[in-house]
Design a protein around this ligand. Sequence first.
Ligand SMILES: Cc1cc2nc3c(=O)[nH]c(=O)nc-3n(C[C@H](O)[C@H](O)[C@H](O)COP(=O)(O)OP(=O)(O)OC[C@H]3O[C@@H](n4cnc5c(N)ncnc54)[C@H](O)[C@@H]3O)c2cc1C
Length: 320
Amino acid sequence: MKKLKVAIIGAGPAGISSAVEFKAEGISDIHIFEKGSKFCSTIRRLYPAGKRVDKDYKGVIASTEGICSFETETKEEFLNRMKKYINDYEIQIDYNIEINGLEKKGDDYVIKAGSFHVAQSRFVIIATGVFDKPKRPSYPIPEKIKDRVFFELPKELPEGEKILIVGGGNTAAEIACMLAGKCDVYLSYRRPQFFRINEENLKELEKRKDDITFFLGTEIKALEEDKDSVKVIFHDGHTEVFSKIFYCLGGSTPKNLLQKMGVEFRDNSPVIDEFGESNLERVFLVGDIATKRGSIINAFNSAHRAVKRIFEKYHTLIKS
Ligand SMILES: Cc1cc2nc3c(=O)[nH]c(=O)nc-3n(C[C@H](O)[C@H](O)[C@H](O)COP(=O)(O)OP(=O)(O)OC[C@H]3O[C@@H](n4cnc5c(N)ncnc54)[C@H](O)[C@@H]3O)c2cc1C
């Protein structure tokens, strides 16, 4: 079992930038534990190749508070940037370890993967993100059509098929634009117009408006099997048959995991202060799990605020 000053759970933008901030302050006794086989697993898995990674995201003009930052660039450039941070700051990451338990032991916390005690640490930063648990619709998805319903992009993209994309955020817009012209694309969103979508994505949708059929202000009531396809029944009675459905509804907080670790919840959100500290003293939440409007710059900034707070509030403990 490793004995650490800081254990960080998750090697995404929030976990890596937390490590960078600690290292910059001269704390070397830190380690990241990552369940994937590479850093930034969420971004690798969910962003299509060549995707534009926007600095200003969900209509929020981003400004950087800490060390880590970036300008709008491609997925591949962004991953190289994160790799450079890891190398430059000599950040230690253990891969293929899924942390699913936390236990108080004296003044420390024991970080656990099943029954295995991975590390004992004075401070814990939880940076697991929300995308391991995509949000699902409230209606059931019949077993027989499960292989036609997707919550993330499949490796092989469809061509020449009739596709329904459900959602009104940036991800829905980007997937619609990517498939427009290659498939017969429909986009269903429950609001009558797009809301909190990047300017850039609105322009891209406008350019492809002849290749995308917009079902705005529509809500799906149920899905049914229809031969080899999916029949979608909308609340207004309209029905339409699609070859595949892509849901882009965002992620959800890993409530069970956090509660099991002892983090309190109120109204479905973890109880944390403005710096991300939870009811468990010295256990901080950063990145997407600590906010309702996640973005990369928010992940970087929340890491900066948490680390700054640790140096202010626990000065002696972190330095000793
Ligand atoms: C399709 C898509 C497009 C997006 N486009 C943009 C954009 O253009 N600009 C922008 O600013 N934001 C964008 N976002 C949002 C952005 O990706 C997130 O806000 C950001 O990745 C959050 O960083 P994070 O470190 O909090 O979480 P994540 O990036 O999700 O990283 C969490 C890490 O923790 C690991 N992990 C999870 N559970 C465990 C565990 N139990 N034990 C160990 N490790 C664990 C995961 O494998 C992952 O590596 C997009 C999101 C999606 C899905």
